[in-house]
Design a protein around this ligand. Structure first.
Ligand SMILES: [Zn+2]
Length: 252
């Protein structure tokens, strides 16, 4: 829902527009609403923050409309103010959250909002762009800063979910999941914690907690099987031995 679509509306019209848009999401079998509330990370100016795209009032209305329809709301936000407003709006998750700052990290923990840090996006830029270019160096610094935020988040008890932003430069579907888990480990999560971020925490965020993400009596058996030592898990994930989908082994 880009802001320019909403700008000419008064409060009542805005409410109607949000309601109509979200109603279409529901009837067209969408499961989530994603709101983009900030710009992208700068690859030229380290730590440059952009302004929120929506007023806090608009964000709150959008979240309320979505929740009334049973839809979760993820908010793309980088920088202190866009993330602060996203948290204030009552959203379900913050996507990216680069440069959100310590206070916002604490609030994610206190208010049990899931964070999807997508750290690998910056490593992928650093790897893919010309090695000594300014963009590559800023991307590397963005990554280091994000890893510091993840360290803090772990200490505060923030629920972190793996998400990749696959499709971004150098970020490929599937493989990027492994890369993101690796970075969570680099930032100090234990192996079990990182696996939970990629499975049960992500599933719960998507509202799939009763159908996926956790192996327990009564839930469908959907899992990968690898033959390796725990410390080699990430390597082995690229070549799983077995794949079981809802209780049925399929060819790998
Ligand atoms: Zn995004």
């Amino acid at each position: 829902m880009p802001r320019q679509d909403m700008a000419p509306c008064g409060a009542a019209a805005l409410q109607e527009l949000l309601s109509g848009t979200i109603h279409r999401c529901r009837t067209e079998a969408s499961d989530h609403v994603k709101i983009v509330n900030s710009g992208l990370n700068s690859l030229l100016d380290f730590g440059k923050e952009t302004s929120p795209q929506f007023s806090l009032g608009d964000l709150k209305k959008a979240v309320l409309c979505a929740h009334k329809k049973g839809l979760k709301v993820m908010i793309h936000a980088n920088g202190r103010n866009p993330v602060r407003d996203a948290i204030d709006s009552g959203c379900d998750s913050i996507e990216h959250g680069f440069f959100m700052g310590t206070e916002n990290l604490r609030r994610l923990a206190d208010e049990q909002i899931t964070w999807v840090p997508t750290a690998f996006t910056m490593e992928a830029y650093a790897r893919t762009l010309p090695k000594h270019s300014r963009e590559s160096q800023v991307a590397r610094r963005n990554l280091d800063h994000q890893l510091d935020q993840i360290r803090l988040a772990k200490n505060f008890g923030v629920r972190i979910a793996v998400g990749t932003d696959a499709g971004s430069l150098g970020v490929h579907h599937g493989e990027a999941v492994r890369e993101e888990i690796r970075l969570l480990l680099v930032a100090g999560l234990g192996l079990g914690e990182a696996v939970q971020s990629a499975t049960s925490i992500g599933a719960a965020l998507l509202g799939l907690g009763d159908r996926a993400g956790c192996l327990m009596p009564g839930s469908p058996a959907t899992f990968l099987a690898v033959r390796t030592k725990p410390e080699r898990l990430l390597d082995a994930l690229s070549t799983p031995e077995r794949f079981c989908f809802k209780g049925v082994f399929v060819a790998s």
